[in-house]
Design a protein around this ligand. Structure first.
Ligand code: SF4
Ligand code: SF4
Length: 148
């Protein structure tokens, strides 16, 4: 009985010392955490934020020509895209591009198969919604709001 008691004291003391050893060792390592939100995360190039439209560097207009390939390719059927024919410019202009972020699986097929290279994964990680309806986003309107 006494022997068991003494053994438990030593075992408890040893686990305390081992735990403190880990703490002391990591006190002198470079921290892997950041002081969010005061500090921003450094994201890897392969980071997959939500899908967004890309603009032409020359014209500033969306690269998308509303061909609908991404909508047909999307396995989750979360894209709705329409364009209008611009007779004067002899091209189709994007009217709307809706995507439901709540059902997008970030598979990347739309990005991969867009013939114009008009879609990309964003680097945003702070997007929050308070209702399911807000997760359906018009990427054209979003692009217009974003700084060029
Ligand atoms: S994003 Fe690409 S694939 Fe989708 S409609 Fe526009 S041009 Fe076509
Ligand atoms: S990433 Fe995948 S699921 Fe999301 S919109 Fe593109 S094709 Fe659809």
């Amino acid at each position: 009985m006494l022997w068991t008691y003494i053994r438990e004291i030593f075992s408890g003391a040893w686990s305390l010392i081992a735990g403190l050893g880990v703490t002391i060792r990591y006190m002198f390592h470079r921290p892997v955490t950041v002081q969010y939100p005061r500090q921003a995360l450094e994201l890897p190039a392969a980071y997959r934020g939500h899908i967004e439209l890309k603009r032409s560097e020359q014209t500033g207009q969306p690269l998308c020509v509303a061909c609908g390939e991404c909508a047909r390719t999307c396995p989750s059927a979360v894209i709705k895209v329409r364009g209008v024919k611009d007779q004067a410019a002899d091209r189709t202009r994007l009217r709307f591009f809706y995507i439901d972020y709540s059902r997008c699986s970030f598979c990347g097929l739309c990005v991969q198969y867009c013939p114009e290279g008009a879609l990309a994964f964003s680097f945003e990680y702070e997007q929050a919604f308070t209702s399911r309806y807000q997760t359906v986003v018009d990427l054209v309107a979003r692009l217009e709001r974003s700084p060029g």
